[in-house]
Design a binder for this molecule. Structure first.
Ligand code: URP
Ligand code: ZN
Ligand code: ZN
Length: 478
């Protein structure tokens, strides 16, 4: 099956030109002006942006958490992602304490295999890493799992101590892989939560109040310090506040290879959402929590000037009815997370490009290219180039829609609310192509369950060569 996209405005992280794109055997094979070729199908992209398929490097599909499971599985979650213009996502496999990480990987392969609409990979969440398990990290890398997530939060559940963090970082450095960090001081936060509950403060808004930005900044500072001593890079996930960003900026200015992502919820929503009546604030109980609005412009500044590299969603949906309601008498029992995988591209285009904060190239970089480079998918994914996978979005930059759980064009996530209900956006992913197959055709799903494939990722060190430190003792003196 060959496909020819004509007359589009092709935008990558660095290019901006008008061209035709010829696709065959799942890849882009020719890019040029007025191509004289015949294809099985032609799409006229006049007036449209032709951009690399989005890459969301942080989702939680079919994830067991807080006594329940996230509402989207690999079928509904990837279908919704496709509608939103995302063609690859990186989810998380979770090692239970005492379990082999390789066994955990098998479990997650079973959850996803044959179900997805788009391509996918996993980071491995490590919850326990005794010496006798360290060798598994190399085996995971050989299986294409070249990044890990560690948690400084959620004591007794996903939390790992600093010794484990250091050990995992050293081994990741040796193997050329990378550690992603949920950076919050979970130990102190748990004490603050106990204090709040003892005073009878049980409403959703106390989720935010008990997780101060300073405790996020402390986690980021500690993660960076440990990484610096371990002599490895570190990637901070779902960074939510100006205080935490400041730690990243200081470290980067010192030359430490620290990378970080933020998420649409921290750019477009703020702590006032917790004040909604009838327990509706629970819809926004996520970790880190929504912050004071002033943080939003600080995060945009970080994105603009390159201290934040990527925008993921941390899509972790729980239905309001029955799931969020588990915490009706105690905010600490509300399952943490919110939906968003379908909304990311439109939100970032609207808030970033339409509102004049970032360029089109930056939009592509933040939603696709940077994650591809960071997590070993580039140049197969994350760009439009000859030889790259034909993962392409034909994006209508003028179309206006309202995000709502009741708008059939904008909501395919299997969750009973939208975190962005009523948001008016400009910019819609109308046609989505995954490895040369049109899976969304003018906003209609034309793919099928199982179109997506597991993608083995390359090592971090292949895209970011690790500087070889010169051993002073071996440098000959003049
Ligand atoms: O609230 C969130 N973010 N839930 C998912 C788990 C995590 O910490 O990423
Ligand atoms: Zn996290
Ligand atoms: Zn997450």
């Amino acid at each position: 099956m060959s496909l020819l996209i004509r007359n589009g405005r092709v935008i990558t992280a660095v290019d901006d030109y008008y061209a035709d794109i010829f696709i065959e055997d799942e890849q882009i094979s020719v890019i040029g002006k007025n191509l004289e070729m015949e294809a099985d199908r032609e799409i006229d992209a006049t007036g449209q942006l032709v951009i690399p398929g989005g890459i969301d490097p942080h989702t939680h599909l079919d994830m067991p958490f807080a006594g329940t499971t996230s509402a989207d599985d690999f079928e509904s979650g990837t279908l919704a992602a496709a509608h939103g213009g995302t063609t690859t996502l990186i989810d998380f496999a979770i090692q239970s304490k005492g379990e082999s990480t390789l066994k955990a990987l098998d479990t997650w392969h079973e959850k996803a295999d044959g179900k997805t609409a788009i391509d996918y990979s996993f980071h491995m969440i490590i919850t326990d890493l005794e010496q006798n398990r360290l060798h598994e990290m190399k085996k995971l890398a050989e299986e294409g799992i070249t990044s890990y997530k560690l948690f400084m939060a959620y004591p007794g559940v996903l939390y790992v101590d600093d010794a484990t963090i250091y050990r995992a970082m050293r081994k990741a450095g040796e193997d050329g892989t990378v550690i992603c960090m949920h950076a919050e001081n979970g130990i102190v936060i748990d004490e603050i939560i106990k204090e709040a509950l003892a005073k009878g403060l049980t409403a959703p808004k106390y989720h935010g109040i008990t997780r101060p930005t300073r405790m996020e900044a402390e986690g980021v500072h500690r993660a960076i310090s440990i990484a610096e001593v371990a002599d490895v890079p570190v990637y901070i996930v779902h960074l939510s506040s100006g205080d935490a960003l400041q730690e990243v900026v200081l470290a980067r200015d010192r030359g430490v290879p620290v990378f970080a992502e933020t998420c649409p919820q921290y750019l477009f929503l703020d702590e006032s959402m917790y004040d909604q009546e009838n327990f509706e604030g629970a819809k926004y109980v996520m970790t880190p929590p929504l912050r004071n609005k002033k943080n939003q412009e600080e995060l945009w500044r970080g994105l603009k000037f390159g201290d934040l590299q990527s925008i993921s969603t941390d899509h972790c949906p729980f239905c309001f009815k029955e799931q969020k309601e588990m915490g009706i008498d105690d905010f600490s029992k509300i399952p943490n997370g919110a939906p968003g995988v379908e909304n990311r591209m439109s939100l970032v285009y609207n808030g970033g490009v339409v509102e004049g904060r970032i360029s089109l190239n930056k939009f592509v970089e933040l939603t696709s290219t940077a994650a591809a480079k960071m997590f070993g998918l580039f140049p197969k994914k994350g760009t439009i180039a000859v030889g790259s996978d034909a993962d392409i979005v034909i994006f209508n930059p003028e179309r206006k829609e309202t995000i709502s759980k009741d708008n059939p064009v904008m909501h395919h996530m299997d969750v009973d609310y939208s975190a962005y209900e009523g948001f008016k956006i400009q910019g819609v992913s109308e046609t989505v192509i995954s490895r040369g197959k049109v899976i969304i055709d003018n906003c209609e799903y034309t793919g099928k369950k199982g179109d997506g494939r597991f993608i083995k990722r390359n090592l971090y060190s292949e895209n970011f060569p690790i500087e070889k430190k010169v051993d002073a003792a071996k440098v000959p003196s003049k």
